[in-house]
Design a protein around this ligand. Structure first.
Ligand SMILES: Cc1ncc(COP(=O)(O)O)c(C=O)c1O
Length: 379
């Protein structure tokens, strides 16, 4: 029996809600009954001005770039240690990426380097809360407001996590969520844009609805709808929203399960990790994390690769994560060079993510732990 890295998990209500959307509501295009239920749940539980479901986090990021009016030549700062969508959405509008290194403890953007990257062309700072552990938002928001620069939180990993008691996704003028099947809450493929600054609410609705004021028309605020701005089709079918609502409703149960799994890994591996010079994740005391990933930092790339092979031979799938964006083919076209982000370059080679999904049972988790501890061929 293989232990996968991820397995999409279900609460049991997904198909009932989908049947309800299809048979009872009879509305399965976007912005139906379940989309509105998801919007209200997100707005009320997080305290955001507006939540809008999207077809992916990637699309929510594209909406953010459109809302901020990113133009060719604008500079956008973001960590090199992130998924390509974080910055690609802005590069699509003509922005130049400016990559910044990460902190060696949390693997989040190093806020002490931020100010050195700001120029008169900087239009936005993109922060990524890696693993759902908050970036240093007090410092970042202070720097951004002193320079008059927008902050967008790519919160793909961090729904319902907090920094100093405040939910991630509520700091930047805009924030994005992912509901891809690898995330804590999912609908296969999906996302959301969270709007904290009210000046963006109306235009966000327009951009999401092909550049039309259809949302206002449906609310009876205009007697016909028309093309008023640029936009695209960023809203998901209500079938997906029905699936997602079942997951969001079960958020406390899901998070409690994930917390138990995360803590079991941590407690079981702490002593072994210290003996083997392996580092476990750091969660600073003022951060309540989202329990999205459990990773190890092995002593070297060779040790990481050997461990992946060792676990694979035992039927356990473990995986690395982001490759530094500044050293990708596209990153190099924007001038990225080895040595630009030394912490990212080092830690990306050493990082290993362990199997982690809501239904990972104790026996399988013990097998993963024993598998790690049975590794003797340290290079
Ligand atoms: C930090 C980050 N941002 C954005 C995305 C893209 O999410 P989606 O697949 O919903 O577009 C991912 C995907 O894993 C991610 O890790």
């Amino acid at each position: 029996m293989q232990i996968p890295f991820n397995r999409p998990c279900f609460t049991g209500k997904e198909l009932d809600y989908i049947a309800d959307a299809v048979k009872v509501r009879g509305h399965i295009s976007g912005d139906g009954y379940f989309t509105k239920k998801c919007h209200t749940l997100l707005e009320e539980s997080l305290g955001v001005k507006k939540a809008l479901l999207t077809t992916s986090c990637t699309h929510a990021l594209e909406m953010a770039a459109l809302l901020l009016n990113i133009q060719p030549g604008d500079e956008v700062i973001c960590p090199s240690f992130t998924f390509v969508s974080t910055i690609n959405a802005f590069v699509l509008r003509g922005a130049r990426p400016v990559f910044v290194d990460i902190r060696p403890d949390t693997l989040n953007l190093d806020e002490t380097l931020l100010e050195t990257k700001i120029t008169p062309r900087t239009k936005a700072i993109l922060v990524v809360h890696y693993g759902g552990v908050g970036c240093e938002m007090d410092t970042i928001m202070d720097i951004a407001s002193r320079h008059g620069i927008a902050v967008v939180e790519d919160n793909a990993h961090g729904l319902f996590a907090r920094y100093k008691g405040r939910y991630l996704g509520t700091f930047g003028c805009l924030a994005t969520q992912s509901f891809h099947e690898t995330k804590n809450f999912h609908c296969g493929e999906g996302g959301a844009l969270l709007v904290n600054d009210p000046q963006y609410v109306e235009r966000a609705e327009i951009i999401r609805e092909k550049g039309t004021n259809r949302s206002r028309f449906f609310r009876g605020q205009v007697d016909k709808y028309t093309w008023v701005d640029i936009g695209s089709s960023y809203l998901p079918s209500d079938v997906l929203a029905a699936f997602l609502y079942a997951q969001l409703e079960a958020r406390d149960d899901i998070q409690a399960k994930r917390r138990r799994i995360w803590e079991r890994y941590y407690d079981a591996l702490d002593g072994w990790a210290q003996e083997q010079d392996v580092k476990l994740p750091t969660v600073l005391p003022h951060c309540e994390q989202a329990y999205h990933v459990f990773y190890l930092l092995l002593p070297s790339l060779e040790a990481r690769q050997a461990m992946i092979a060792h676990l694979k031979a035992l039927g356990i799938l473990s995986v690395f994560h982001y490759l530094p964006l500044h050293l990708s083919d596209m990153g190099r076209m924007f001038g990225g060079q080895p040595g630009d982000c030394p912490v990212t370059e080092q830690l990306s080679d050493r990082l290993l993510r362990l199997p982690f999904y809501n239904d990972l049972n104790e026996d399988d988790q013990r097998q993963v732990i024993r598998g790690l501890q049975s590794f003797k061929d340290w290079p």
